[in-house]
Design a binder for this molecule. Structure first.
Ligand SMILES: [Fe+2]
Ligand SMILES: [Fe+2]
Length: 259
């Protein structure tokens, strides 16, 4: 079996391409399930109910989030109501939503999707490593296929998480930097790993936003609106092949689709 995880979806241009292509891609690549990071799905920041519905209807089985989770207050009701969306598990207990989602895949197997967030150059939230231990302890024993979206800034931090969870989960794939890394590999314990799967958004941009807006703010320190870029849209993600009985990863491959 295989699954695809798509990197941070940046705004409407990326959502439009996902809506157009994902059903065919699922068939072409024989994907058992598809997950995507949606922290930037609503105009580049956050999520709301309509966009959650749009991405689910397009064929995404479960959405993960990150540091932009609560940028829109509409996200709170989505996280409280919907089961197929996770926010970083190492947020405080009082935060709306949950850090893990379990759902059925083929052959009677179930899979768990976990979301964690790094602390290096990011908000000083709870420890993601201890949060991972806690969630893995709580998962039902029959859940063998476990995918972790580690939303973090530093590649070293992501490598530590991958090595720490090697043999305990099917895959640790990074998001947040919006730039795919060329380090995909299977660790000795059978965990697929990649520092970052990249972004779904404009290749003519600064990580999905219009070049001129970001450049102006960088050069002048004047705030701008950081509009979502809408040209040369590409989807970036990673495909992991796994054994549904053992949860071990068999192969990992970077994947790209241009409009
Ligand atoms: Fe992002
Ligand atoms: Fe992020």
């Amino acid at each position: 079996m295989r699954f695809l995880h798509l990197g941070d979806i940046v705004g409407k241009p990326a959502r439009d391409l996902i809506r157009k292509r994902i059903a065919d891609i699922r068939k072409e690549l024989d994907l058992e399930f598809v997950t995507a990071n949606a922290e930037n799905a609503a105009a580049g920041s956050g999520i709301n109910q309509a966009i959650f519905n749009e991405l689910r209807n397009a064929g995404i089985d479960c959405l993960t989030m990150g540091d932009h989770t609560f940028k829109r207050k509409e996200a709170i009701s989505v996280l409280e109501k919907e089961s197929r969306i996770v926010r970083p598990a190492n947020y405080p207990n009082e935060a709306p939503g949950k850090g893990v989602c379990v759902f059925e895949i083929g052959m009677g197997a179930r899979c768990a999707v976990l979301n964690l967030q790094g602390r290096v150059f990011m908000q000083p939230i709870d420890c993601p490593f201890h949060a991972a231990d806690r969630l893995l302890r709580q998962l039902p024993k029959d859940v063998k296929v476990i995918f972790v979206d580690f939303h973090a800034e530093a590649t070293s931090d992501k490598q530590i998480m991958g090595r720490y969870l090697d043999g305990r989960v099917t895959a640790v794939l990074g998001t947040h930097t919006h730039v795919a890394t060329a380090d995909e590999q299977i660790f000795p314990g059978g965990t697929a790993f990649q520092c970052d799967v990249g972004m779904c958004g404009s290749m003519k941009s600064i990580i999905g936003r219009k070049i001129e807006c970001v450049t102006e703010t960088t050069l002048t320190a004047r705030p701008t609106s950081y509009e979502v870029a809408d040209q040369e849209i590409a989807l970036h993600g990673t495909i992991v092949e796994f054994n549904p009985l053992t949860g071990k990863a068999l192969s990992i491959e970077r994947w790209t689709c241009r409009e």
